[in-house]
Design a protein around this ligand. Structure first.
Ligand code: NDP
Length: 277
């Protein structure tokens, strides 16, 4: 069997990463490599990861709820993973040493059609992905990064640690990034796409969406999200969670293999029209 890769999560069965990564591996001429789902409960995370190099694994992506644990068990980590406090990519040396990195942060920046320097941004959320977004935007020179969260004390704590300005109400900005899980259940919940329920949960109204020229939603699901629908209705440029998944996945694959994969092939494998957006 060729070299192996995978995505560690719990639950992880809905992940599109295997389809995306296996298509990318084949396209860069590494068809003998295999990328697979690795459903691992928290209690088994550490011992499973330590066994992966011996089982032929060269690396793994890490998703909910393991990103902090992945950073903690690594032998070394990049400055960005340490600052963010989470790792989404592990790389294994031939001697079994584990290196941690975070490609969520540069993956987000890669989707921006403009230079973030001097711009303003509003980040919604204060969990792991919000930490990566705030760190990435500040690192890219964003002039003002405001942070709104349902539980305001978490936004305050995040900003005290990483920078950024906690806000109690959504304020206008060049860029809006949703890093909450609002909208994640949209495929299973029977609801009109425009009833405002999801926007309300984000502290926003439909009209307020006109105050952002660029909107990114990290949530990915088969239908569009209410946030992106409203943003497009106002003429904003939008990026969905699948594009973020493709960008961070492409950077992870580069770390493991040294090859730069085609984003279009990865988008197609994700079930998305490369001409969209
Ligand atoms: P966390 O669990 O760390 O954080 C969840 C955040 O969502 C918190 O800020 C929480 O607020 C907020 N939240 C949850 N429910 C609600 C609600 N009903 N109303 C308002 N706010 C709510 O998750 P992550 O940061 O790791 O991930 C967030 C989302 O981003 C997930 O949907 C995940 O799938 C997606 N994601 C997508 C990626 C991609 O590649 N496309 C990569 C990483 C994440 P509070 O503090 O008040 O609880």
């Amino acid at each position: 069997m060729g070299p192996r890769l995978g995505v560690l999560g719990w639950p992880v069965r809905h992940s599109r990463s295997p389809a995306i990564q296996n298509a990318a591996l084949a396209a860069v001429g590494l068809a003998e490599w295999r990328y697979q789902l690795l459903p691992v409960p928290p209690i088994l995370f550490s011992e499973t990861v330590r066994a992966l190099p011996g089982a032929g694994f060269r690396g793994a992506n890490v998703t909910i709820p393991h990103k902090e644990a992945a950073l903690a068990l690594a032998d070394d980590a990049t400055a960005s993973a340490r600052a963010i406090g989470a790792a989404n990519t592990l790389t294994f040396d031939r001697d079994g040493a584990i290196h941690a990195d975070n490609t969520d942060a540069p993956g987000l920046i890669a989707t921006l059609p403009f230079d973030a320097a001097g711009r303003s941004a509003l980040v919604l959320g204060a969990g792991g992905s919000a930490r990566a977004a705030v760190w990435a935007l500040l690192e890219a020179g964003t002039r003002e990064v405001r942070v709104w969260n349902r539980s305001p004390e978490r936004a305050r704590a995040l900003c005290a640690e990483l920078g950024g300005i906690p806000v109690l109400d959504a304020e206008p900005a060049d860029l809006l990034v949703n890093c909450t899980s609002v909208g994640l259940d949209g495929d299973s919940v029977e609801r009109s796409a425009t009833d405002g329920h999801e926007l309300n949960q984000l502290g926003l109204t439909f009209d307020q969406l006109g105050e952002y020229s660029h909107v990114i939603d990290l949530v990915y699901r088969s239908k569009t999200t209410e946030l992106l629908d409203a943003a497009r209705a106002h003429g904003a440029r939008t990026v969905d969670g699948l594009e973020i998944l493709v960008q961070q996945g492409a950077l992870s694959l580069q770390l493991w293999t040294g090859h730069e994969p085609s984003r279009d092939i990865m988008r197609q494998a994700a079930g998305r029209d490369p001409a969209a957006d």
